[in-house]
Design a protein around this ligand. Sequence first.
Ligand code: RB5
Length: 154
Amino acid sequence: MRIGIGNDHTAVEMKKEIVRYLEAKGYEMVNYGTDSTDSFNYPVSGYRVGKAVASGEVDCGICICGTGIGISLAANKVRGIRAAVVSEGYSARLTKMHNNANIICFGARVVGIEVAKNIVDEWLNAEYEGGRHQKRIDMITEIEETQNLKAAEE
Ligand code: RB5
């Protein structure tokens, strides 16, 4: 599996450690972030990872900034992206099972490296459940594509 990873200047070390951790497990990692601690605008790497996931260049993505929030907002502006910010493994697992999140985000200033590893493990090992959740994901897609939601008018 190919995983795109993006980060800003706050998350260089955490990104490198997550890359090492996942490569050791056999994942192919593609770096869309910065390797410098010079100030770097998180929308750039959030957009790059979003585009790579949406186009199929990679299978899924990981985004890390100080909080995980800014980079997730940028990635979520790419059509077809469901980027979820989490701070623990339970939410990471559930956002795959229920929301089919295709990018997982977290904050290098929020979680430590062991929690970050647990987050990526829980998310990568979980499976989307489909069923009743698909209707809700379809609603999110409807909002994205039409700026409207028929169900909200009923
Ligand atoms: C950078 O200072 C910080 O704003 C960024 O890493 C992130 O936390 C934004 O959401």
